[in-house]
Ligand binder design. Sequence first.
Ligand SMILES: CC(C)(COP(=O)(O)OP(=O)(O)OC[C@H]1O[C@@H](n2cnc3c(N)ncnc32)[C@H](O)[C@@H]1OP(=O)(O)O)[C@@H](O)C(=O)NCCC(=O)NCCS
Length: 258
Amino acid sequence: MTDGEAGPIRGLDEGEAHLWWVRPDEVDPARLDQGRDLLTTAELERVGRFRRAADQRSCLVTRILVRTTLSRYVNVPPERWRFRTNAYGRPEIESPVSSLRFNLSHTEGLVVCLVSRNREVGVDVEATSRAHRGLEVAERYFSPREAAALRATRPSAQPDRFLQFWTLKESYIKARGLGLAIPLAAFTFDLPAEESAAIRLQIEPTLGDDPGRWQFTLGRLGAGHLVATAVDGRGGPPVVIVRRPATELGQPGGATTL
Ligand SMILES: CC(C)(COP(=O)(O)OP(=O)(O)OC[C@H]1O[C@@H](n2cnc3c(N)ncnc32)[C@H](O)[C@@H]1OP(=O)(O)O)[C@@H](O)C(=O)NCCC(=O)NCCS
Protein backbone atom coordinates (compact mmCIF):
# COMPACT_ATOMS: atom_id res chain seq x y z
CA MET A 1 0.00 0.00 0.00
CA THR A 2 1.40 3.42 -0.89
CA ASP A 3 0.90 6.55 1.12
CA GLY A 4 -2.62 7.94 0.78
CA GLU A 5 -4.21 4.66 -0.25
CA ALA A 6 -7.52 3.75 1.31
CA GLY A 7 -6.38 0.38 2.64
CA PRO A 8 -7.60 -3.18 2.28
CA ILE A 9 -11.07 -3.71 0.86
CA ARG A 10 -13.53 -5.71 2.97
CA GLY A 11 -16.44 -7.73 1.74
CA LEU A 12 -16.23 -7.05 -2.00
CA ASP A 13 -14.88 -9.93 -4.02
CA GLU A 14 -13.36 -9.19 -7.45
CA GLY A 15 -15.95 -11.52 -8.92
CA GLU A 16 -18.84 -9.39 -7.67
CA ALA A 17 -20.25 -5.93 -8.09
CA HIS A 18 -22.65 -4.57 -5.48
CA LEU A 19 -25.77 -2.68 -6.47
CA TRP A 20 -26.83 -0.49 -3.55
CA TRP A 21 -30.30 0.98 -3.93
CA VAL A 22 -32.40 3.41 -1.94
CA ARG A 23 -35.81 5.00 -2.32
CA PRO A 24 -35.35 8.61 -1.16
CA ASP A 25 -38.92 8.76 0.18
CA GLU A 26 -38.16 5.93 2.60
CA VAL A 27 -35.09 7.51 4.21
CA ASP A 28 -35.53 8.77 7.75
CA PRO A 29 -35.47 12.62 7.56
CA ALA A 30 -33.24 12.73 10.66
CA ARG A 31 -30.70 10.57 8.81
CA LEU A 32 -30.78 12.98 5.88
CA ASP A 33 -30.11 15.91 8.20
CA GLN A 34 -27.14 14.11 9.76
CA GLY A 35 -25.94 13.13 6.30
CA ARG A 36 -25.60 16.77 5.30
CA ASP A 37 -22.55 16.94 7.56
CA LEU A 38 -20.76 14.48 5.28
CA LEU A 39 -21.01 16.73 2.22
CA THR A 40 -18.62 19.38 0.95
CA THR A 41 -19.80 22.97 0.57
CA ALA A 42 -19.92 22.50 -3.20
CA GLU A 43 -22.10 19.41 -2.82
CA LEU A 44 -24.46 21.20 -0.45
CA GLU A 45 -24.71 24.12 -2.88
CA ARG A 46 -25.57 21.69 -5.64
CA VAL A 47 -28.36 20.19 -3.55
CA GLY A 48 -29.67 23.70 -2.85
CA ARG A 49 -29.82 24.60 -6.52
CA PHE A 50 -32.72 22.20 -7.13
CA ARG A 51 -36.12 23.85 -6.85
CA ARG A 52 -38.34 20.84 -6.19
CA ALA A 53 -38.06 19.32 -2.72
CA ALA A 54 -38.07 15.83 -4.28
CA ASP A 55 -35.07 16.70 -6.49
CA GLN A 56 -33.20 18.18 -3.53
CA ARG A 57 -33.81 15.02 -1.54
CA SER A 58 -32.73 12.81 -4.43
CA CYS A 59 -29.50 14.77 -4.90
CA LEU A 60 -28.81 14.74 -1.14
CA VAL A 61 -29.47 11.00 -0.93
CA THR A 62 -27.16 10.41 -3.91
CA ARG A 63 -24.27 12.27 -2.33
CA ILE A 64 -24.73 10.55 1.05
CA LEU A 65 -25.19 7.16 -0.64
CA VAL A 66 -21.93 7.29 -2.54
CA ARG A 67 -19.90 8.40 0.48
CA THR A 68 -21.39 5.91 2.95
CA THR A 69 -21.29 3.08 0.39
CA LEU A 70 -17.58 3.48 -0.33
CA SER A 71 -16.89 3.62 3.42
CA ARG A 72 -18.50 0.21 3.89
CA TYR A 73 -15.52 -1.33 2.13
CA VAL A 74 -12.52 0.55 3.46
CA ASN A 75 -11.61 2.23 6.67
CA VAL A 76 -12.20 5.77 5.44
CA PRO A 77 -14.78 8.08 7.08
CA PRO A 78 -17.55 8.99 4.59
CA GLU A 79 -16.76 12.70 4.75
CA ARG A 80 -13.13 12.10 3.78
CA TRP A 81 -13.70 10.95 0.20
CA ARG A 82 -12.77 13.48 -2.45
CA PHE A 83 -14.09 13.16 -5.97
CA ARG A 84 -13.13 14.53 -9.36
CA THR A 85 -15.04 14.27 -12.60
CA ASN A 86 -13.53 13.00 -15.83
CA ALA A 87 -13.73 15.09 -19.00
CA TYR A 88 -17.25 13.72 -19.66
CA GLY A 89 -18.67 14.35 -16.21
CA ARG A 90 -18.24 10.96 -14.53
CA PRO A 91 -17.45 11.27 -10.82
CA GLU A 92 -14.46 9.18 -9.75
CA ILE A 93 -12.51 8.79 -6.51
CA GLU A 94 -9.68 11.29 -6.29
CA SER A 95 -8.53 10.51 -2.76
CA PRO A 96 -7.72 8.46 -0.85
CA VAL A 97 -6.43 6.43 -3.80
CA SER A 98 -8.48 3.24 -4.01
CA SER A 99 -9.20 0.30 -6.27
CA LEU A 100 -12.93 0.87 -5.72
CA ARG A 101 -14.90 1.96 -8.78
CA PHE A 102 -18.46 3.17 -8.77
CA ASN A 103 -21.23 4.58 -10.91
CA LEU A 104 -24.48 6.30 -9.93
CA SER A 105 -27.93 6.62 -11.35
CA HIS A 106 -31.07 8.38 -10.13
CA THR A 107 -34.59 8.67 -11.37
CA GLU A 108 -38.04 9.43 -9.95
CA GLY A 109 -38.21 7.49 -6.65
CA LEU A 110 -34.89 5.62 -6.80
CA VAL A 111 -31.14 6.17 -6.43
CA VAL A 112 -28.53 3.45 -7.03
CA CYS A 113 -24.78 3.08 -6.71
CA LEU A 114 -22.91 0.19 -8.36
CA VAL A 115 -19.51 -0.60 -6.82
CA SER A 116 -16.69 -2.88 -7.90
CA ARG A 117 -13.03 -3.52 -7.30
CA ASN A 118 -10.89 -2.44 -10.20
CA ARG A 119 -13.56 -2.99 -12.82
CA GLU A 120 -15.23 -0.31 -14.87
CA VAL A 121 -18.96 -0.31 -14.14
CA GLY A 122 -22.01 1.53 -15.42
CA VAL A 123 -25.56 1.55 -14.12
CA ASP A 124 -28.81 3.10 -15.22
CA VAL A 125 -32.24 3.14 -13.60
CA GLU A 126 -35.44 4.35 -15.19
CA ALA A 127 -38.96 4.64 -13.80
CA THR A 128 -41.35 2.55 -15.87
CA SER A 129 -43.96 5.28 -15.38
CA ARG A 130 -41.81 7.32 -17.78
CA ALA A 131 -42.17 4.71 -20.52
CA HIS A 132 -43.63 5.86 -23.80
CA ARG A 133 -43.57 4.20 -27.16
CA GLY A 134 -40.24 5.70 -27.99
CA LEU A 135 -40.26 4.61 -31.61
CA GLU A 136 -39.45 8.10 -32.88
CA VAL A 137 -36.54 8.41 -30.45
CA ALA A 138 -35.30 4.96 -31.42
CA GLU A 139 -35.54 5.71 -35.15
CA ARG A 140 -33.63 8.92 -34.68
CA TYR A 141 -30.93 7.86 -32.20
CA PHE A 142 -30.67 4.08 -31.86
CA SER A 143 -28.95 1.77 -34.34
CA PRO A 144 -31.06 0.67 -37.34
CA ARG A 145 -31.31 -2.88 -35.99
CA GLU A 146 -32.56 -1.71 -32.58
CA ALA A 147 -35.11 0.58 -34.22
CA ALA A 148 -36.27 -2.31 -36.42
CA ALA A 149 -36.57 -4.60 -33.38
CA LEU A 150 -38.73 -2.03 -31.64
CA ARG A 151 -40.89 -1.51 -34.74
CA ALA A 152 -41.44 -5.28 -34.86
CA THR A 153 -42.59 -5.32 -31.22
CA ARG A 154 -46.35 -5.25 -30.69
CA PRO A 155 -47.45 -1.69 -29.83
CA SER A 156 -48.61 -2.50 -26.30
CA ALA A 157 -45.16 -3.91 -25.45
CA GLN A 158 -43.19 -1.10 -27.11
CA PRO A 159 -42.92 1.27 -24.13
CA ASP A 160 -41.31 -1.38 -21.96
CA ARG A 161 -39.07 -2.64 -24.77
CA PHE A 162 -37.92 0.88 -25.54
CA LEU A 163 -37.02 1.47 -21.90
CA GLN A 164 -35.07 -1.81 -21.81
CA PHE A 165 -32.93 -0.69 -24.77
CA TRP A 166 -32.56 2.74 -23.25
CA THR A 167 -31.37 1.59 -19.81
CA LEU A 168 -28.92 -0.88 -21.35
CA LYS A 169 -27.54 1.72 -23.72
CA GLU A 170 -27.09 4.19 -20.87
CA SER A 171 -25.35 1.56 -18.73
CA TYR A 172 -22.81 1.00 -21.51
CA ILE A 173 -22.03 4.65 -22.21
CA LYS A 174 -21.70 5.22 -18.48
CA ALA A 175 -19.37 2.24 -17.99
CA ARG A 176 -17.17 3.71 -20.71
CA GLY A 177 -17.22 7.00 -18.80
CA LEU A 178 -17.95 8.85 -22.03
CA GLY A 179 -21.66 9.50 -21.57
CA LEU A 180 -23.47 10.89 -24.59
CA ALA A 181 -20.14 11.57 -26.35
CA ILE A 182 -20.73 8.03 -27.69
CA PRO A 183 -23.28 8.11 -30.52
CA LEU A 184 -26.16 5.87 -29.47
CA ALA A 185 -26.40 4.46 -33.02
CA ALA A 186 -22.81 3.17 -32.94
CA PHE A 187 -23.59 0.13 -30.82
CA THR A 188 -26.42 -2.38 -30.90
CA PHE A 189 -28.02 -4.53 -28.25
CA ASP A 190 -29.79 -7.77 -29.08
CA LEU A 191 -32.34 -8.46 -26.40
CA PRO A 192 -32.91 -12.19 -25.96
CA ALA A 193 -36.46 -13.49 -25.85
CA GLU A 194 -35.56 -15.51 -22.74
CA GLU A 195 -34.79 -13.28 -19.75
CA SER A 196 -32.07 -15.65 -18.55
CA ALA A 197 -30.15 -15.62 -21.86
CA ALA A 198 -27.08 -13.43 -22.29
CA ILE A 199 -27.55 -9.91 -23.61
CA ARG A 200 -25.34 -9.42 -26.66
CA LEU A 201 -23.70 -6.21 -27.79
CA GLN A 202 -22.19 -5.25 -31.12
CA ILE A 203 -19.97 -2.20 -31.41
CA GLU A 204 -18.90 -0.27 -34.50
CA PRO A 205 -15.12 -0.38 -35.00
CA THR A 206 -15.03 3.43 -34.76
CA LEU A 207 -15.65 3.13 -31.00
CA GLY A 208 -12.48 1.05 -30.58
CA ASP A 209 -13.97 -1.27 -27.99
CA ASP A 210 -14.23 -5.03 -27.62
CA PRO A 211 -17.85 -6.03 -26.95
CA GLY A 212 -16.66 -9.36 -25.55
CA ARG A 213 -15.29 -7.71 -22.42
CA TRP A 214 -18.66 -6.38 -21.26
CA GLN A 215 -21.27 -8.18 -19.21
CA PHE A 216 -24.79 -6.80 -18.90
CA THR A 217 -27.78 -7.43 -16.68
CA LEU A 218 -31.26 -6.05 -17.08
CA GLY A 219 -33.92 -6.41 -14.42
CA ARG A 220 -36.50 -4.73 -12.25
CA LEU A 221 -36.25 -3.12 -8.86
CA GLY A 222 -39.74 -3.45 -7.52
CA ALA A 223 -42.64 -2.97 -9.90
CA GLY A 224 -41.75 0.56 -10.88
CA HIS A 225 -38.15 0.59 -12.02
CA LEU A 226 -35.86 -0.97 -14.60
CA VAL A 227 -32.18 -1.31 -13.84
CA ALA A 228 -29.33 -2.19 -16.20
CA THR A 229 -25.73 -2.86 -15.23
CA ALA A 230 -22.61 -3.00 -17.38
CA VAL A 231 -19.44 -4.50 -15.93
CA ASP A 232 -16.04 -5.03 -17.49
CA GLY A 233 -15.77 -8.82 -17.22
CA ARG A 234 -12.39 -8.90 -19.04
CA GLY A 235 -13.55 -12.02 -20.87
CA GLY A 236 -13.65 -13.96 -17.59
CA PRO A 237 -16.46 -15.76 -15.75
CA PRO A 238 -19.68 -13.88 -15.03
CA VAL A 239 -19.35 -11.16 -12.43
CA VAL A 240 -22.17 -11.58 -9.90
CA ILE A 241 -24.31 -8.52 -9.30
CA VAL A 242 -25.39 -8.49 -5.65
CA ARG A 243 -28.33 -6.23 -4.80
CA ARG A 244 -28.28 -4.52 -1.42
CA PRO A 245 -30.79 -2.10 0.10
CA ALA A 246 -29.23 1.04 1.58
CA THR A 247 -32.23 2.78 3.12
CA GLU A 248 -30.33 3.44 6.35
CA LEU A 249 -27.55 5.13 4.34
CA GLY A 250 -24.62 3.57 6.12
CA GLN A 251 -25.91 4.33 9.59
CA PRO A 252 -23.92 2.17 12.05
CA GLY A 253 -26.14 -0.59 13.40
CA GLY A 254 -28.45 -0.41 10.40
CA ALA A 255 -29.64 -3.68 8.96
CA THR A 256 -27.49 -3.57 5.84
CA THR A 257 -24.11 -2.48 7.22
CA LEU A 258 -21.50 -5.00 6.09
C1 LIG B 1 -24.40 10.31 -17.75
C2 LIG B 1 -25.54 10.81 -18.60
C3 LIG B 1 -25.29 10.35 -20.00
C4 LIG B 1 -26.84 10.11 -18.26
O1 LIG B 1 -27.49 10.56 -17.25
P1 LIG B 1 -29.01 10.20 -16.95
O2 LIG B 1 -29.40 8.86 -17.45
O3 LIG B 1 -29.83 11.35 -17.36
O4 LIG B 1 -28.99 10.16 -15.41
P2 LIG B 1 -28.42 9.06 -14.42
O5 LIG B 1 -29.03 9.42 -13.12
O6 LIG B 1 -28.59 7.67 -14.90
O7 LIG B 1 -26.85 9.32 -14.39
C5 LIG B 1 -26.33 10.49 -13.88
C6 LIG B 1 -25.10 10.15 -13.08
O8 LIG B 1 -24.15 9.50 -13.91
C7 LIG B 1 -22.85 9.90 -13.53
N1 LIG B 1 -22.20 10.42 -14.73
C8 LIG B 1 -22.18 11.67 -15.23
N2 LIG B 1 -21.46 11.70 -16.36
C9 LIG B 1 -21.05 10.44 -16.58
C10 LIG B 1 -20.24 9.84 -17.59
N3 LIG B 1 -19.72 10.53 -18.59
N4 LIG B 1 -19.99 8.52 -17.51
C11 LIG B 1 -20.49 7.80 -16.49
N5 LIG B 1 -21.26 8.30 -15.51
C12 LIG B 1 -21.52 9.62 -15.55
C13 LIG B 1 -22.99 10.93 -12.45
O9 LIG B 1 -22.75 10.30 -11.21
C14 LIG B 1 -24.42 11.39 -12.57
O10 LIG B 1 -25.03 11.69 -11.37
P3 LIG B 1 -24.55 12.93 -10.48
O11 LIG B 1 -24.40 14.06 -11.42
O12 LIG B 1 -25.64 13.09 -9.47
O13 LIG B 1 -23.23 12.49 -9.86
C15 LIG B 1 -25.54 12.35 -18.56
O14 LIG B 1 -26.48 12.82 -19.43
C16 LIG B 1 -25.76 13.04 -17.20
O15 LIG B 1 -24.83 13.16 -16.44
N6 LIG B 1 -26.99 13.56 -16.93
C17 LIG B 1 -27.53 14.28 -15.79
C18 LIG B 1 -26.89 14.30 -14.39
C19 LIG B 1 -27.76 15.08 -13.37
O16 LIG B 1 -28.83 15.58 -13.67
N7 LIG B 1 -27.29 15.24 -12.12
C20 LIG B 1 -27.95 16.01 -11.08
C21 LIG B 1 -28.39 15.23 -9.85
S1 LIG B 1 -27.57 15.66 -8.31
